[in-house]
Each structure stands twice: as C-alpha cells, then as structure tokens.
Design a protein around this ligand. Structure first.
Ligand SMILES: Nc1ncnc2c1ncn2[C@@H]1O[C@H](COP(=O)(O)OP(=O)(O)O)[C@@H](O)[C@H]1O
Ligand SMILES: [Mg+2]
Length: 311
C-alpha cells in the first residue's frame, strides 16, 4: 500500500500536537487504515497516552544510529490497526548526536524508508516535540505533509509564520522538495467565548481553506484520556472530543480523496442535534467553519485488541 507520512508540528508547546497525533491516528485506525504513530518527543507523551511504558532502548534512538531497523521497533497498541514506535528520554541525546554526524537532516527520512518500503501502513504520523531542534527538522525533512495544530486563543498566530516559512524553505531549497502544508487544525475551541471565534476567523483570513472545517472543542475527556492510556474513541467514544476527532479524520481523508467522503453512504452529518457546542458555532462562526456533528459516525467504537500492549 502507498504510505503517507504526516508530521504534527508546531514549535509551541501545549497546542494539542500530541492529542491530535494520538486521536487522529486512532480515528484513522478506526476506519481500518493501517496507521503507525512515531513518537519523536523525548517527553514521550504520545507513548504514555497510548498506554505504553517508557522502556529504555525502545525509542527510535538506536535506529537513528543504525543499530536496529525502525521496523523492529514497531509495537502494537491497545487499538486495532494502530501501531507505535515509542519514545523515551534517550531521544533527547539524539538531538545533539545527530547534529554532529553527516547527513544530519535526513537521518529520519532514511530510516523511515524501510518502513515505507514494507508497505504495511497507509499513514505514518510523526508527533514532534515543541521545538525546532534537529529532531523536528528531521521530521520536517521526512514528512510528505504537515498538520499544524493551533490553540484557539489570543497568541495562536504568533509563531505560525515560522512554521509556514519553514515548510516553504524546505520544499524550495531541496531538503524536502514535496513538502506540503496539509492543514491547520484549531484545537481547544470554546464556542462560548468571542475570543475563540475571533481567533478562528483570523486564522481563516490568513490561511483560507487550509484550515480544517472541523474545530476541536475544549473537552475535559480529551485531557483525561491519556492518563488511562487510551485515545478518546476508546476512552469515551461519544463525547464531543471523540466526535470531533472522528470528524477530523473524515475531513482529512475526504480532502485527500479530492473531496469525496469514503463514508458518504452512511453519513449522519445531516442530523441536527442541539448540543451547546453546535449551536454556538452555528450562530457565531462563518459558514466555512462547521462544528463537528454531535452524532458519531455509524461505525463501531474503536476495536481494542484483547491484551493491552505492555511495552
Ligand atoms: N481539545 C482539548 N480539550 C481539553 N484539553 C486538551 C485538548 N487538547 C489538548 N488538551 C490538553 O492540553 C495539554 C496540551 O496538549 P498536548 O496535546 O499535549 O499539546 P502539545 O503536544 O502541543 O504540547 C494536555 O494536557 C492535553 O491533555
Ligand atoms: Mg506533545
């Protein structure tokens, strides 16, 4: 199968990169896509958020230095069709060591080529640390496209131009010629505040259709799920956060499919349930932006494999 490599990046911390990486990955897996999530943040939040222990030697570190194949580091998760290459703190050391070596920008791309060649995955999703260090630059050199999560708050746009310029530069200077901005996803959206709505409108003014119509609401279940080691669709499949990430996965796939929705036949987005979130968004946000349908896709909640992955 053809593999797309997608980075979830923003040099700011706390904007919802890891939450988006885990939950977009899980929602794509729920749609029976084979997904590999690669945790490239030494803090390993995606690793623990999917219920894996931080285990010495399990991260991509050894693969980056040619000691093992990346394929040998892939582990199953509690979610069917979703695999992970976990992280742990040794990756912090890789930052320094890679920078000293040759071909330092393309290390990750080179080791992921084996995973791509295996044909096992539809999507490889790369969760970045909040920095523009060597590891993140390796991610930007390895990815086919980048999703930038933006928190719907006052300083959202600040620093965004750094990311968009970087994408442009890497694609123009030959480091990663095909690199694209896949989309911008607004996170922690609070439809009750004017601020969230204004920020979304501002981002749309700058980036137009690059902004996903799906808004990820602020939802306490999304912040609880990682401590249970589960993506939101396994932790609480019907909460607004789960509905939103399912809708994001669907929009993501539809856009890549030239607008066609693979689930169109059983779409339920025409239903209008009156959740407070939906009402407020419909009232206040331009037609371009739609709230996630409060009715979940008519697919089964994410399938969990019988044994919880231990490492
Ligand atoms: N939509 C949301 N609603 C509520 N809490 C969220 C949401 N998205 C992220 N969070 C919480 O905000 C914090 C930062 O999110 P995280 O995804 O770890 O950001 P990053 O990876 O960009 O640093 C985490 O505690 C996370 O659980
Ligand atoms: Mg993170």
């Amino acid at each position: 199968m053809q593999t797309s490599v997608i980075a979830i990046a923003n040099q700011k911390g706390g904007v919802g990169k890891t939450t988006t990486a885990i939950n977009l990955a899980a929602c794509l897996a729920e749609k029976r896509k084979e997904v590999l999530l690669v945790d490239l943040d030494p803090q390993a939040n995606a690793t623990s958020g999917l219920g894996l222990e931080k285990e010495p030697g399990a991260s991509l570190y050894r693969a980056l230095f040619g000691e093992v194949q990346a394929l040998d580091l892939i582990k199953p998760t509690c979610v069917k069709h979703l695999s992970i290459i976990p992280s742990e703190i040794d990756l912090a050391g890789a930052e320094v060591e890679i920078a000293r070596g040759e071909n330092y920008l393309h290390r990750l791309r080179n080791i992921l080529s084996g995973v791509i060649a295996s044909g096992r995955f539809h999507y490889i999703i790369l969760d970045c640390s909040p920095s523009l260090g060597v590891l993140t630059m390796n991610v930007m050199a390895a990815a086919h496209s980048v999703i930038i999560p933006l928190q719907a708050e006052y300083y959202a746009l600040e620093g965004l131009s750094v990311m968009t310029r970087l994408i442009q530069q890497l694609s123009q200077n030959g480091v990663n010629p095909g690199l694209q901005l896949e989309g911008i996803v607004m996170t922690m959206y609070d439809g009750r505040t004017n601020l969230s709505q204004q920020v979304v409108q501002e981002v749309i003014r700058h980036f137009g259709e690059k902004v996903y119509e799906t808004l990820i609401p602020r939802n306490v279940r999304l912040s609880e799920a990682p401590s249970f080691g589960k993506p939101i669709v396994a932790y609480n499949p019907l909460c607004t956060g789960a509905v939103a990430y399912r809708q994001l996965a669907r929009e993501f796939m539809a856009r890549r499919n030239g607008g066609a929705d693979e689930d169109e036949g059983d779409s339920v987005s025409g239903f209008k349930l009156k959740s407070p979130f939906e009402k407020s968004v419909q009232k206040e946000v331009p037609a371009f932006v739609s709230a996630p349908s409060p009715v979940p896709d008519p697919v089964q909640p994410v399938e969990e494999v019988s044994t919880h992955a231990t490492a």
